[in-house]
Write a protein that binds this ligand. Structure first.
Ligand SMILES: NC(=O)c1ccc[n+]([C@@H]2O[C@H](COP(=O)([O-])OP(=O)(O)OC[C@H]3O[C@@H](n4cnc5c(N)ncnc54)[C@H](O)[C@@H]3O)[C@@H](O)[C@H]2O)c1
Ligand SMILES: [Fe+2]
Length: 396
């Protein structure tokens, strides 16, 4: 009897071994304190001298941003800056960025900032040589088939530790009028190189550190639980959970290079892992940003314990592993959920939706939007519209 004989117990989350799958892992990542100083040299080696720096209006004023711009200019590089973007970026931000690229005669794009800035930068990368309506490229309607042309050289520099957009292939951009989130996706939109420098996050305020960090934790947890067969991503996701659980409280309340570095690499790992899929928590969170302009990480943080409680049924073994990874005394899903509530409390984040402006009157519309969202089809446990309504009601 071979290894696959009658004693071999097939894991419930494994699917058909006859199916051929593709696994892509991301691009070159230069990681470490001070690594952003390599930027000018990298541009020159690649014959690039006119970068368009895409950021948000807040980051554009921060000392480290001004320093990066000054350093580039001191080395003979002609820098243009585009920073007219919304907190939850919209299509017109991308169109304006495309105009800025052409007017400046830019030869490459550098997305520097949080997920919002990097997503707009990535969408501008698409915009330059692709001339259909931007949302014709929406992945959910098969738009990636139109991403056929070359794209400008693209570099990402994260300054928050949350979305992991720096290693992503997609940009989340909203419609200007409805604020509905659309996804632009193509492997061509992956950055050629990432400069991940934890020093850029040293002055990130406590609230942003907490909210973005909980987004990263949500990515790792949801990716680990997502139902596709992708064991490499599961390994990365579990280590991401371990790093965040070990560092997030310190990164928020008494930050140092160690905790900020661990948060930065773990957020990057979360985004590598979530090519496996996300789940119910992101579907609960997205409508809050669309309807109430809630920050993405904050929306995830509040919903995370509720969504994870929903997921325990059927995933008990995986929750046991999560509990061990988090070094909890109880090795159950309930212990994980309790710890997530406690973590939000320790980080000064709200525990209820009412604390972030949600009322009973919002629940019907939120439930419609959540059910229409693209993330929950990968959730390990199916989620109906009625389930979303119950989850919002309990979290209220
Ligand atoms: N592409 C993806 O895969 C993906 C995944 C998840 C979320 N997103 C998108 O990412 C966005 C959220 O990104 P985020 O959570 O990084 O938030 P963010 O980009 O909105 O940044 C949060 C705030 O922090 C400020 N900030 C950024 N860096 C700073 C620094 N070093 N010091 C001080 N302040 C700083 C910004 O100005 C902003 O006010 C949303 O638009 C969301 O839709 C994208
Ligand atoms: Fe997210």
């Amino acid at each position: 009897m071979g290894w696959g004989g009658e004693n071999f117990k097939k894991r419930s989350d494994m699917t058909d071994y006859n199916v051929i799958r593709q696994y892509n892992f991301p691009t070159t990542i230069r990681f470490g304190a001070g690594v952003v100083k390599e930027l000018a040299g990298h541009l020159k080696v690649n014959g690039l001298i006119r970068p368009l720096l895409v950021t948000d209006p807040m980051v554009a004023k921060l000392d480290f941003f001004v320093q990066i711009k000054d350093d580039l200019e001191a080395q003979g590089i002609f820098v243009a800056v585009f920073s007219e973007i919304h907190k939850n970026p919209v299509k017109s931000d991308v169109e304006k960025g495309g105009v800025a690229f052409r007017e400046a005669g830019s030869d490459c794009i550098i997305g520097i900032g949080g997920g919002a800035a990097m997503d707009v930068a990535r969408a501008i990368v698409l915009r330059i040589h692709h001339h259909r309506d931007l949302f014709d490229y929406d992945d959910l309607i098969g738009g990636d088939q139109y991403v056929t042309e070359d794209v400008p050289y693209f570099i990402t520099i994260p300054t928050t530790s949350g979305t992991g957009s720096e290693v992503g292939r997609s940009a989340i951009i909203s419609e200007d009028d409805t604020h509905r989130k659309r996804i632009l996706f193509s492997p061509k939109l992956l950055a050629k190189i990432v400069f991940a420098d934890p020093l850029l996050t040293m002055d990130l305020p406590a609230f942003v550190t907490a909210a973005t960090g909980m987004d990263a934790l949500t990515h790792n947890l949801e990716a680990y639980l997502a139902k596709n067969f992708q064991p490499m991503c599961e390994g990365i996701a579990l280590e991401g959970v371990a790093l965040i659980h070990r560092s997030i409280v310190t990164a928020v309340h008494s930050p140092g290079l160690e905790s900020r570095s661990e948060m930065m690499i773990a957020s990057l790992m979360g985004a590598v892992a979530f090519q496996k899929g996300l789940g119910v928590v992101h579907s609960l969170a997205h409508p809050l940003s669309s309807l109430l302009d809630t920050h993405h990480g904050l929306a995830n943080a509040v919903n995370l314990p509720y969504g994870m409680r929903y997921n325990i049924k059927g995933s008990e073994d995986k929750f046991r592993k999560i509990a061990r990874t988090m070094e909890l005394s109880g090795e159950t899903g309930t212990a994980v959920v309790d710890r997530l509530f406690e973590l939000n409390q320790e980080l000064g984040l709200p525990l209820h939706l009412r604390d972030i402006g949600v009322t009973k009157d919002h629940i019907e519309e939120l439930s419609d939007l959540a059910f229409a969202d693209f993330c929950h089809p990968n959730n390990p446990r199916p989620v109906s519209r009625e389930d979303f309504k119950k989850l919002y009601t309990v979290a209220l």
